[in-house]
Design a binder for this molecule. Sequence first.
Ligand code: SAM
Length: 340
Amino acid sequence: MNHRKAVIVPVSKVEAVREELLSKDMLDHYRKIKASSTLGKGFLEIPVTGGVAGMETIEQPDPEYYIRQYSLRDLLQDTIPEKDLALVPSGWHVLGKIVIVSIDERIGEYRRDIARKLLEIYPQCHTVIQDRGIEGQFRQPQREILLGTSTETMHKENGCLFRLDATKVMFSKGNLYEKKLMSTVGSGELIVDMFAGIGYFTIPMAVHAKPAKIYAIEINPESFVYLQENIRLNKVGHIVEAMNGDCAVLTPQGIADRVLMGYVGTTHEYLEYGIRAIKNTGGMLHYHETTPEKLIFERPVSRIREAALREGRQVEIRDCRKVKKYSPGVWHVVVDAWVY
Ligand SMILES: C[S@@+](CC[C@H](N)C(=O)[O-])C[C@H]1O[C@@H](n2cnc3c(N)ncnc32)[C@H](O)[C@@H]1O
C-alpha cells in the first residue's frame, strides 16, 4: 500500500470529500488529515489509499501517521482465518479514552480479539465499544462494551472539553466544519440552541465567540446531565443557561439574534418555534435536516419559506451547506436563513 497519496481540498469541502472517500473505502485511516504543506492553512490534505477517479492526488511531502507500523488486519493475521481478514474493520472512532468500532457480525466471534488489538494500538485508551448505530428522538447510541469497564470519558475538541458516556449519548466526530463555524459566530448575541445535546455547538460557541447569552435546550435527561457538566468544565456558566425539556414548549419568543436547530429527522416540525424565537428586527436561523439527494437544497429552503410565511415573517437565504452523507442517497444539510 502506498502510504503517501492524498487529495488536497479547501477547508469548506473537507467533510463532504471525506464522506465520499469513506463511502468509496478510499480513506487511509493510518494517516491524519492535515494542513496542506504546499497551499497553506485554507487547504487540507486528506490521505487516500490510492488514485481516486475525478480527484487529483499528490504525494504528501510530510505525512502524519496515527499508527506507525501495523494495520489492525496485520495484527490479527494469526487469529482470524485468512478468508475473513477482509471483514476486519478498517476504521473506528477514538473518543477520549474509548475506541468505538463497528464489527461485521460474520466475524463476531473474534470481537474481543479485535478489541484487544485496538487497545494495543491505542495504549492511552481503556475501553472498546461495539457500535450498532443511533436510535430515536433522544439520539441514544446502541452500543455494547467489548473490553474495559468505564464508558465515561472526556473528549477534547476545538479547545473545548466534553465529558460523556459513550453508551448513553451520541457524539458525532463528523460535522467538524459546522462545529468550527459555529464557534466563530454569535459574539455578543443572544442565542437559542434548541437541540443542545451535550453542548456540541453551545460549548464551542460560548468558549470562542462569547455570546451575551445562550439558552441551551435539551430533552434527554441523560444528555442534559452532561450538558450541565460540560458548561461547568468549560467555565461558561455565566453565558449558558441550560434548560431540560421539549424545545416546542421551552423555546423563548421574540428575543434571539441567532437560533440553532442542530437536529435531524423531524426538525421541520419545530421550525415555527425557531422562527418565533427570532426578534422582530431580524436574526439568523441555522436549520439542519436530512434531505434526499434530489431535493437538496430545494426542500429545506421551501420548508423555511413556508414556515416563515405562516408566521408572517420574511426570509433571506444566506447559505446552504452539505454537512455529511447520512445514509445512501440522503445528506445532512444546513441552511442559514435571515429571518425578519
Ligand atoms: C443530534 S443531537 C445534537 C448533535 C449535534 N448537532 C452533532 O452533530 O453532534 C440533538 C439533540 O436534540 C435532542 N432533542 C431531540 N428532540 C428534542 C426536543 N423536542 N427538544 C429538545 N431537545 C431535543 C436530542 O436528545 C439530542 O440530544
